[in-house]
Each structure stands twice: as structure tokens, then as C-alpha cells.
Design a protein around this ligand. Structure first.
Ligand SMILES: CC(C)(COP(=O)(O)OP(=O)(O)OC[C@H]1O[C@@H](n2cnc3c(N)ncnc32)[C@H](O)[C@@H]1OP(=O)(O)O)[C@@H](O)C(=O)NCCC(=O)NCCS
Length: 197
């Protein structure tokens, strides 16, 4: 299952729990009622996820995802971290994403994964755009980052297409990506506003 979100000081307000995307797809606040659907999406995509998401090493289970979503739900309630499921028009899980409060005050990090069958259709880019607007719409948030491994070129295309600025490579010493060379992509409220149509 995805890594448990970390707990940091709460934000004054939470982002919207539901964000509508094109074609009837949506981002919905994580909910344990979608645990089986999320486990199925992960298990249909493990080979595609595994190079970049270490949690895909083991098959996902409904019980495990329910535990993860319940923890995420509590963190959302406490305005500490914001995990969404990506849903198709029928309400099935086709990915996951979030606004993660692990960069310190004034900044959030966007993360995402997409079910194999839904990849390549612009979903991650549309979701990240929506989360960027939602995150920067929070009064306490001035900067958003997207981080991906140095060689995850597909993931890096997402912030690149959205006009984020490449901020260089870092090798974290702690956390789930400790020891890996990570690309950092950044945008700020004025930069994002200047790109708005
Ligand atoms: C990375 C990921 C989220 C992208 O999702 P997606 O919905 O397919 O993304 P999009 O369709 O919005 O854009 C993908 C871009 O990558 C490009 N791409 C696809 N395969 C690629 C490859 N092998 N090398 C480089 N770019 C590639 C696509 O062409 C597209 O760019 P384009 O619009 O310029 O053509 C998805 O592939 C995924 O879940 N990967 C595994 C988990 C992961 O890496 N998560 C991110 C961790 S930081």
C-alpha cells in the first residue's frame, strides 16, 4: 500500500474534497469505501508502479488499503495531509494523488500514480494541474513541489508540461526516497497565476 502520510502541523484550511476533471473523471478525498477498488488498481499495475513506488513490491489487499485510507482520512480531518483517489466516471479507482504536507511551512508536495490502463491519457498532468490550483488556493501555501526520481522521465514530464521550474537534483538522507537522486520541480503562486489562461 502507499506510504503512510507523515504528520506535520495542520494547515488553516483543507483543499476541496472533490475536484472534477474532464470526461467525468474526478479526484475524491480518500475513503476506505474504495479500498477494494484501489487494491485492484494497484494489483493490475504493479509492474508499471514497482520501478518507482517501492510499496508496489507486495500485492495490495482491501484490508491494507482500508487501513491506509482510514489513516489518510484522519490526517485530512486534522488538516495535516490530503490524499485523493483518482476515479473514472463509474467511480472506480484509476490512480492516487495528494497534496502532502512534508516540506515545512508554506509548501506542499504533489504526488501521483496512475493505473496502467489509464496511463498516457494525460490523467496525471490534469490531476497535478488541478492539485496545483487547489494547493496554491490555500492562503497558507505559497509554493508547490513535485519530486521524482532522476530517471523517472515519464513522471518528470508532468511538472515540465505544467510549467514548473526545474530546481535541481537532491539526495534525501531520510524518508522513503533516502539515498535516491530526486528531481525537484517547483512552482509558486505568481508563476502559476502568470500561466493561467
Ligand atoms: C508517471 C505517471 C503518473 C504518469 O501518468 P500519466 O497519466 O500517464 O501521465 P500523462 O499522460 O499526464 O503524461 C505522461 C507523459 O510522459 C510521457 N511518457 C510516457 N512514457 C514515457 C517514457 N518511457 N519516457 C519519457 N516520457 C514518457 C508521455 O508521452 C507524456 O508526455 P507527453 O504528453 O509530452 O507525450 C504514470 O506513468 C505512473 O503511474 N507511473 C508509475 C508511478 C510513478 O512513477 N509515479 C510518479 C512518482 S514521482
Amino acid at each position: 500500500m502507499p506510504a503512510a502520510p507523515q504528520s506535520l502541523p495542520p494547515l488553516p484550511v483543507a483543499p476541496p474534497p472533490r475536484i472534477v476533471l474532464r470526461g467525468g473523471r474526478s479526484l475524491e478525498r480518500a475513503d476506505a469505501k474504495r479500498a477494494e477498488s484501489a487494491a485492484a488498481a494497484i494489483n493490475a499495475s504493479r509492474q508499471h508502479l514497482l520501478p518507482w513506488m517501492p510499496w508496489a513490491a507486495e500485492p495490495a489487499t482491501g484490508a491494507g488499503m482500508a487501513t491506509f485510507f482510514s489513516a489518510a482520512d484522519l490526517l485530512w480531518e486534522q488538516r495535516q495531509d490530503f490524499t485523493y483517489s483518482m476515479l473514472d466516471p463509474a467511480g472506480s479507482v484509476i490512480g492516487g494523488c495528494g497534496l502532502h504536507n512534508r516540506l515545512g511551512p508554506g509548501a506542499l508536495e504533489i504526488g501521483y500514480w496512475v493505473r496502467l490502463e489509464a496511463a498516457g491519457s494525460g490523467l496525471a498532468t490534469e490531476a497535478a494541474a488541478a492539485l496545483t490550483a487547489a494547493g496554491l488556493g490555500l492562503e497558507s501555501v505559497a509554493r508547490l513541489e513535485i519530486r521524482c526520481e532522476e530517471h523517472n522521465h515519464r513522471s518528470a514530464r508532468v511538472p515540465e508540461k505544467l510549467g514548473y521550474t526545474f530546481g535541481g537534483l537532491v539526495v534525501p538522507t531520510t524518508g522513503p526516497t533516502a539515498g535516491s537522486s530526486m528531481q525537484i520541480w517547483v512552482t509558486t503562486e505568481p508563476e502559476w497565476a502568470a500561466r493561467a489562461p
